[in-house]
Design a protein around this ligand. Structure first.
Ligand code: AGP
Length: 622
């Protein structure tokens, strides 16, 4: 989704802006631009549809001057991805430039009002109305008070006035032609982080862009506005005036955000999974009590015992991880779990028991639907927990308590290591809840032992990479795939299908294997492979029957099996063998070859793996 960067300091802003925008590429975008203020005090804008490389060429050709600038990657919501609609947007008089993430819901009425005042609109975006509004109030303010009012008072004041007129969400960075030393940022519902340097300050929508520039950050809260120069900054809250904010230390090593020798971030992140899972488990296994422990749940064991029902809400891959959690918690802890798409829950009013606990599950912590669903549940008085990767993200901060994944930054648009870390956290949670209820010490000990083996099992799954690549090559020409599995691995099949479709643009459907005969079997033909997740388990024979049904109709079968499973090897066209593993952890290990399969198929088809079309890493609009 859209990304923002801003720089004010002693250097040219272009190094940070262009590197930042390149890092934000992974979030998905269709156009990009930068604005700087040059020595003649005019705002210089370069913007273009397409990739950051194109923008970089434009910028380097014109060599803009100055020490302040803002940049943006746009994911179109209002208006086509054209040069005109790309950010930054200038005000009618060229006095203000703005970049914006979010959606201005009442932009049409602002547009109508300003048009009546003679202001001409040149784009179809919602953001342009805000640029004009700020410039309009700035003029009014200068007309009223002339130069008698302090800049550091006036500029926040006019931005606040403009923001008070809009309904919707925003993260913005604003430049002023006549005040080339000042930048303003503000946020409501879209992330914005202030990076504090020695003689320079930064704004960004993604803290990872600051790695290598500064590790001193302030994560702005909703309704906060920052006014910054090279040597100073002040944060104001809409209702409270100037507020003191503590500086936090950003814990991202620059090496975590490069590709580390891999061709794509996605592949790097797939191979980071043993370490990511190790980090997720670290400090959370309590051998003495044969249970799991969490620092941030903020609920006592007594309060946890009163929980009668768990509701999980999420989107996309995080929704699939939640389904895995449903199987894990219902099996190990015997607590009823429901999993709702956040985009549904936010507008539904399901009847819920009083003792329901909500978990919002999200990599980014910024997904608009998940935030809204969690807020709705909070409003109804239910306690809310987050399971989140990005520290300090909106959901992590707004939830009553939560568990971080500690999987490290995930840059590839396709979630990989965060899916397996989410499933790991949910397994830990199932252990914890189970031990509060009926699981005895010995059962807890066995679960801990299985969890401890997980990083090595994932390494073994990664060792299938060369073989999976060959399988991918064999089937990369196919235009439709089925992914089938039962029980714990039903969500694994859903996730396998999502991974393939999002990065290779191949039609793929995930189905419960037993449900396949009620419709999807009509799709089976010689060029529609069925990928079965078929480890040995108590429903294995049933899965084999489904496999036979596909074979009987001429469909190719790729099967992920427990090593040495001769019966399945004889039926399937291709097998990928994995070690024996406890059922509740199978989705984690069996997901790995599916990630690799999707990755290699996409590469064979020449797709842009890390930046798939139309997709965004973090979906911050509805
Ligand atoms: C999956 O590969 C995608 N990245 C997408 O489905 C993602 O899981 C979804 O948008 C939810 O994102 P979140 O986990 O950051 O909330």
């Amino acid at each position: 989704m859209c990304g923002i960067v801003g720089y004010v300091g002693q250097q040219s802003p272009l190094d940070f802006l262009l590197r930042g925008l390149r890092m934000l590429e992974y979030r998905g975008y269709d156009s990009a631009g930068v604005a700087t203020i040059n020595r003649t005090n005019s705002i210089h804008v370069e913007k273009t549809p397409g990739r950051i490389d194109v923008l970089k060429k434009l910028v380097l050709a014109t060599k803009p001057q100055g020490h302040i600038g803002i940049g943006h990657t746009r994911w179109a919501t209002h208006g086509l991805p054209t040069k005109e609609n790309a950010h930054p947007h200038l005000s009618f008089d060229g006095a203000v430039a703005i970049v914006h993430n979010g959606v201005i819901e009442n932009y049409q009425s602002i547009r109508n009002q300003l048009t009546k005042k003679g202001i001409n609109f040149v784009t179809q975006t919602d953001t342009e109305s805000l640029a004009h509004l700020i410039a309009y109030y700035l003029r009014e303010e200068i007309d009223k008070f002339g130069k008698t009012i302090k800049i550091e008072e006036m500029l926040p004041h006019v931005v606040k006035l403009a923001l008070s007129q809009i309904h919707g969400t925003y993260g913005i960075a604003v430049l002023f032609r006549d005040y080339p030393e000042v930048m303003i940022g503000a946020k409501l519902g879209s992330p914005l982080i202030l990076g504090v340097g020695k003689t320079e300050n930064f704004l960004t929508s993604d803290a990872a862009t600051l790695a290598g520039y500064t590790d001193q950050i302030i994560t702005l809260s909703d309704h906060e506005l920052v006014c910054m120069t090279a040597n100073s900054f002040s944060v104001r809250h809409r209702d409270e005036g100037i507020v003191e904010r503590n500086i936090e230390v950003l814990d991202i090593d620059p090496s975590q955000v490069d590709r580390g020798g891999f061709d794509h971030y996605m592949l790097k992140e797939i191979f980071e999974q043993p370490e990511a899972i190790q980090n997720t488990l670290r400090g959370r296994l309590d051998h003495d009590s044969a249970t799991a422990k969490f620092g941030g749940l903020n609920l006592t064991p007594q309060q946890m015992l009163n929980v009668q029902r768990i509701l999980m809400t999420a989107c996309g891959t995080s929704w699939h991880a939640s389904l895995v959690g449903e199987y894990q918690i219902e099996t190990l802890a015997r607590i009823p779990v429901e999993v709702e798409y956040a985009s549904e829950l936010r507008y539904r009013n399901p009847p819920l028991d009083l003792n329901t606990l909500l978990f919002a599950i999200t990599q980014s912590g910024e997904t608009a639907d998940t935030i809204a669903a969690m807020r709705e549940m909070k409003r109804r008085g239910f306690p809310t927990m987050s399971i989140c990767n990005v520290v300090g993200s909106s959901i992590a901060r707004e939830a009553d308590g939560g568990i971080y994944l500690h999987a490290g930054p995930e840059i590839g648009v396709a979630s990989t290591k965060t899916f397996t870390s989410q499933c790991t956290v949910l397994a830990l949670l199932a252990l914890y809840l189970g031990r509060l209820r009926h699981l005895n010490f010995e059962a807890g000990r066995k679960i801990i032992s299985a969890l401890e083996k997980l990083p090595n099992l994932v390494k073994t799954a990664l060792a299938t990479n060369d073989h999976v690549k060959k399988v991918a090559e064999k089937y990369a020409h196919c235009n439709s795939f089925l992914f089938l599995a039962r029980h714990f691995n039903f969500p694994t099949a859903l996730e396998g299908a999502l991974k393939l479709k999002e990065i290779s643009y191949i039609h793929a459907e995930g189905y419960a294997a037993g449900e396949m005969k009620h419709g999807p079997i009509a799709l089976v033909d010689a060029v529609t492979p069925s990928v079965f997740v078929a480890p040995t388990c108590y429903v294995h024979d049933k899965t084999l029957s489904n496999m036979q049904e596909i074979k009987a109709r001429g469909g190719p079968v790729i099967a992920l099996i427990t090593e040495g499973d001769q019966r399945t090897t004889e039926i399937a066209d291709d097998v990928i063998e994995l070690p024996q593993i406890e059922e509740f952890l199978q989705p984690i290990v069996y997901n790995i070859p599916l990630q690799l399969l999707a990755y290699h198929v996409a590469v064979f088809r020449g797709c842009d793996v890390d930046k798939p079309r139309n997709l965004a890493k973090s979906v911050t609009v509805e």
